[in-house]
Design a protein around this ligand. Structure first.
Ligand code: IMP
Ligand code: MG
Length: 183
């Protein structure tokens, strides 16, 4: 038995499909930033840690890695729209090309806050890469420069995304189905 109940998790995106798409995203991102100066990948904690780990190895450039910690959900499945910064960047990004790396954009409220916050720090450019996008719930017009997958409006877990703080270590993206928690 794995650490989760396979009958209660429907696979939405297999590990292999994630690998292939992320390799392509990495090439796309490399082509945009090559020869442009310093690149900083800003991972949004906690959800993006796994995506960032794979994405940064697919980008053939000497990028810096930093993290921003935000919390907008608590343990609920609906976005509160209130973004709490739990950890700031470790270094200034002035004059550098900043790429925000997100796990998922749902309402877009978190991203809207992050873009407003980071743009005050005078980066050379500011772009957004998200692994997943749920277009159904978008409440604002933040531009997404790189998108891994557009997905239907369902609460997804795994590959960094949590189910009540757990199951971030699932190697694929899935959906909880049936009665009760998936572990
Ligand atoms: P937004 O502000 O509504 O765009 O939501 C942003 C954050 O909520 C994401 O960065 C995730 O951490 C979390 N989130 C949104 N949808 C999901 C989901 O389906 N599963 C797990 N976390 C989610
Ligand atoms: Mg997130």
């Amino acid at each position: 038995m794995p650490f989760y109940d396979p009958k209660k998790i429907e696979v939405m995106i297999e590990a292999e499909a994630l690998r292939e798409r992320i390799a392509a995203l990495g090439r796309e991102i490399g082509d945009v930033y090559r020869g442009q100066g310093e690149l900083v990948l800003v991972g949004v904690l906690k959800g993006s840690f796994m995506f960032l780990a794979d994405l940064c190895r697919a980008i053939d450039l000497p990028a810096e890695i930093d993290f921003l910690g935000v919390s907008s959900y608590g343990d609920a499945e609906e976005s509160s729209g209130i973004v709490q910064v739990t950890q700031d960047l470790t270094k200034p990004v002035e004059g550098k090309h900043v790429l925000i790396v997100e796990d998922i954009v749902d309402t877009g409220l978190t991203l809207q806050y992050l873009v407003a916050n980071l743009s005050t720090r005078r980066p050379a450019s500011l772009r957004v890469c998200t692994l997943l996008h749920k277009p159904a719930n978008c409440k604002n017009e933040v531009k997404l420069d790189f998108v891994g997958f557009e997905i239907p409006d369902r609460f997804v877990i795994g590959y960094g995304l949590d189910y009540k703080s757990k199951l971030r270590n699932l190697p694929f993206i899935g959906v909880n189905v049936g009665e009760g928690p998936p572990f």
